[in-house]
Structures are given as structure tokens and as C-alpha cells.
Design a protein around this ligand. Structure first.
Ligand code: SAH
Length: 204
């Protein structure tokens, strides 16, 4: 599937119904999701691989991985309602994805999920709850040797320091995340947030 076609296909997926601000539920925009997935695909990290999507939300990244030929895809998401949306989205595109309701903070998760080859994730940026992205980084490093994550632009020094001795950033792609007016504290109709897609490799 070509990049543009993937983007158009992911555009068809339903968004969050009644998104929860405390969980930073913003659907990954299709162009950004397609960019992350294509980047990972070209690096040989999607096709034929066991892929895990952490904080899978509406399922955009997980479903895209399945469409690009992942061997298996698991989505981990704390919110049951979002998992319902993600399952309906997967059915719509006939994508084979297993969505599980689970908390990224649960230390037993790696034993339950088993190993993955590649983690993909658009974790909370920590705008509502400070350091909300940390358990995602920790879990990603435990689950897979390679992680592609979407972070706020300028997060590289933090991620580098936080993962010191465990991981190394080996790739970075810039992007933009248009956030539509969703919550009462949003003052603009659309706010463009600069983001970066980081490729994090486990070093231990
Ligand atoms: N790729 C998703 C983006 C989701 S936004 C999509 O396109 O829909 C971040 C997601 O992380 C939200 O769905 C939120 O519910 C989930 N989340 C937040 N804290 C979590 C936690 N502790 N464990 C698992 N999921 C969590």
C-alpha cells in the first residue's frame, strides 16, 4: 500500500466519542500516523513483525500496521470505550488486531502481552498529568528492541536522559499535530503542535 493510500484509508476511521482530557485522548492524525508507519515499514520494522501499539486509543496506528503486513498486532489501551471504537474501526477495514484493556503502568504487562518486535505509540504528552509519557517509555523498552514514538517537539534531550543506559535515539522525523477544538480549555479551532517521531532502540 502506498503512503498516500494508507493516509486516506486511516482518514476513514472514527475518532474518540466523548474524549477524556485527563487521558489526553487525541486521535493521531492520519498523515502523521501514516508517516510514522511508513518510516517504520521502510526500516523493516512492520511487515512480518509482531507490533504493539501502546495507548492505542481509536486504533489508528495499530490498524495501519496490520494493513502494512504486520504478522500480529496488539493494542494496549486503558479506556474501555476507546477500545470499543478501535475494534469497530478494525472491523471497518478488516484489519486483524487484538485490542486489550490494560494500564501501561501495570508492571506485569510484559508477561501478559509477551514480546513484540516493534512498539509504535503516541503516548500522552504529559500536558495534563506530568510525566504521563514515562510509563509508556518504560513499557516500550521492556516489550521491544525498537520503538517509534510521537513526542512533543524538543523532547529528545529528555528522552535521551530518561532512557540512558537502557536505550538510544537512532532516528528522528519532524511532524505536526493539528489539534481540533476538543476540550473547554482549548481556545483555538485548530492548534498546530510541533511533534517529533523518535526511533528509540534498546541497548541492553
Ligand atoms: N494512537 C491513538 C492516540 C491516542 S492518545 C489514536 O490515534 O487514537 C493517547 C492514548 O493513551 C489515549 O487513548 C489514552 O486513553 C491512552 N492512555 C492514557 N494513559 C494510559 C495508560 N496509563 N495506559 C494505557 N493507555 C493509556
Amino acid at each position: 500500500m502506498k503512503l498516500k493510500r494508507l493516509e486516506m484509508t486511516l482518514q476513514r476511521l472514527a475518532g474518540f466519542t466523548r474524549p477524556r482530557p485527563s487521558l489526553e485522548q487525541y486521535q493521531t492524525p492520519a498523515p502523521l500516523a501514516a508517516r510514522l508507519l511508513y518510516h517504520a515499514l521502510m526500516n523493516g520494522d512492520i511487515a512480518g513483525k509482531r507490533v504493539c501499539d501502546l495507548g492505542s486509543g481509536t486504533g489508528v496506528l495499530a490498524i495501519g500496521s496490520a494493513l502494512l503486513g504486520a504478522e500480529s498486532v496488539v493494542g494496549i489501551e486503558i479506556d474501555e470505550r476507546a477500545v470499543g471504537t478501535a475494534r469497530a474501526n478494525a472491523d471497518l477495514l478488516e484489519a486483524d488486531v487484538e485490542f486489550r484493556v490494560a494500564d501501561a503502568n501495570d508492571p506485569s504487562l510484559p508477561d501478559i502481552v509477551g514480546a513484540c518486535d516493534t512498539v509504535i505509540m503516541n503516548p500522552p504528552f504529559g500536558a495534563q498529568k506530568a510525566h504521563a509519557d514515562r510509563p509508556f517509555i518504560d513499557l516500550a523498552l521492556r516489550l521491544a528492541p525498537v520503538t517509534y514514538g510521537i513526542f512533543n517537539a524538543g523532547s529528545t534531550p529528555f528522552v535521551e536522559t530518561y532512557t540512558k543506559g537502557r536505550g538510544k535515539i537512532t532516528g528522528r522525523v519532524g511532524g505536526s499535530f493539528p489539534i481540533k477544538r476538543t476540550f473547554s480549555f482549548h481556545t483555538k479551532d485548530v492548534q498546530e503542535i510541533d511533534v517529533e517521531i523518535l526511533l528509540l532502540e534498546r541497548t541492553t
